[in-house]
Design a protein around this ligand. Structure first.
Ligand code: 2PG
Ligand code: MG
Length: 428
């Protein structure tokens, strides 16, 4: 047995930022090195994602994970013990084969992704390297551009507005730390503006302000005002990034905008968003159409992809083959990458690599249900993603990630290179 062989795999039930159970896995190697990771959970999920195994029944709204935890002990641990943790792709292939389903529904995407990431952490610990450096090897890395939520909506705020994430993005900042500085000022000013108008009502799932607005446009107007109140020029120092998460309110080419009291077809939706792109300093837009509307994606990218980056999230579900297909058809220009959508580290990297090969922008992303786990920070740097999405600048499960990135930027010192405007991908 090599010293990097897996000696034990243990799982436990822990809690996520919505107060729901989730799976933590701890892997120890023969050398004594160990790694630990926790599965996150989405609320606005694509239908092609790996499936989290939940118990059902009355406990915790059916969301308990005791079966997923048990699968780690009964099936995953015996299958991995003795395998080399340094061979991540082999480990992940074994997990996929052991599960045996197309969507990881049998053992549970939550059990599998936590195991896969824990193995990765153990291998880095065995090598005596920070995870990002273990992944990057000798290759140069960039510190990614963050997109950070100011208002939350959609499935993260009881659909108070249709659009899910109203975010700011600062590609022109001199560093990641400066991007956070600018964002924190905008967040503070947004809070002041909401308070002045009697609209301050706490925060949504990812820490952005709860959107007590009468229309989606009101949120955009307020965001522009917050940027200005903070002393920045919208579209210059601070720009806007949206996650429309259109699969949540659109299907079969029909989009029901409850907040605006409108039902639009694909063309109407493209025109609505196109209008926003001309009136507001939006440089990035995610899932502008629903996951079943590839033609709509393509038409949107053809019409507006030169002005704003077009990201596929629910549309691409961190699938390398979907990314390659979308690239061939020019459906979008960027891919959001979430480890638990794919289910393993290796499949996640494959989706990111397919995006890079196509010239796509690549964004490593958290989920709306998160924990203190910081694995994705290291993936974003180690894989040189260029962009990073974690929700707002409040709540510990979010700041855990931003603060870890600050530490990495500091470690790199003068060698730290902020990915900047080039990280965003536009249609050419
Ligand atoms: C998204 C994510 C994060 P969820 O849609 O991009 O904002 O949300 O984890 O609920 O899918
Ligand atoms: Mg999304």
């Amino acid at each position: 047995m090599t010293s990097s062989a897996v000696a034990s795999v243990k799982a436990r039930r822990v809690w996520d930022s919505r107060g729901r159970p989730t799976v933590e896995v701890e892997v120890t190697l023969a050398s004594g090195a160990s790694g630990r990771a926790i599965a996150p959970a989405g609320a606005s999920t694509g239908s092609g994602e790996a499936i989290d195994l939940r118990d059902g029944g009355p406990r915790f709204g059916g969301l308990d994970v005791t079966h997923a935890v048990a699968h780690v002990a009964r099936e995953i641990a015996p299958a991995l013990e003795g395998r080399d943790a340094a061979a991540q792709a082999v480990v992940d292939a074994a997990l996929v084969a052991l599960d045996g389903t197309a969507n990881k529904a049998r053992l549970g995407g939550n059990a599998i992704v936590a195991t896969s990431m824990a193995v990765l952490h153990a291998a880095a610990a065995h090598a005596g390297l920070p995870l990002w450096r273990h992944l990057a090897g000798d290759r140069p890395v960039r510190i990614p551009v963050p997109e950070i939520q100011i208002f939350g909506g959609g499935a993260h705020a009881a659909r108070r507005v249709d659009i899910q994430d109203f975010m700011v993005i600062c590609p022109t900042a001199g560093s990641f730390a400066e991007a956070l500085d600018r964002t924190a000022e905008v967040y503070r000013c947004a809070g002041m503006l909401l308070k002045e108008r009697g609209l301050l009502q706490g925060v949504a799932d990812e820490g952005g302000f709860w959107p007590a607005f009468d229309s989606n446009e009101e949120a955009l107007d307020m965001l522009v005002r917050a940027i200005e109140r903070a002393g920045f020029t919208p579209g210059d120092e601070v720009s806007i990034s949206l996650d429309v998460a259109a699969s949540e309110f659109g299907r079969g080419g029909l989009y029901r905008l409850a907040r605006d009291g409108r039902e639009l077809d694909t063309g109407g939706m493209i025109d609505l968003l196109g209008g926003w792109l001309s009136r507001y300093p939006i440089v990035s837009i995610e899932d502008p159409l629903a996951e079943d509307d590839a033609e709509g994606f393509r038409a949107f990218t053809t019409a507006h992809g030169a002005r704003a980056q077009v990201i596929g999230d629910d549309f691409l579900v961190t699938s390398a083959s979907r990314v390659a297909d979308a690239a061939a058809r020019r459906d979008c220009t960027a891919v959001l990458v979430k480890p638990n959508q794919a289910g393993t580290v290796t499949e996640t990297l494959a989706a990111l690599s397919a995006g890079k090969a196509a010239g796509f922008g690549t964004i490593v992303s958290a989920r709306s249900g998160e924990t203190e786990d910081v694995t994705i920070v290291h993936l974003a740097v180690g894989w040189d993603a260029g962009q990073f999405k974690v929700g707002s600048i409040t709540r510990g499960e979010r700041t855990a990630k931003w603060n870890e990135m600050l530490r990495i930027e500091e470690t790199l010192g003068a060698r730290a290179r902020y990915a900047g405007p080039d990280a965003l991908a536009y249609a050419r």
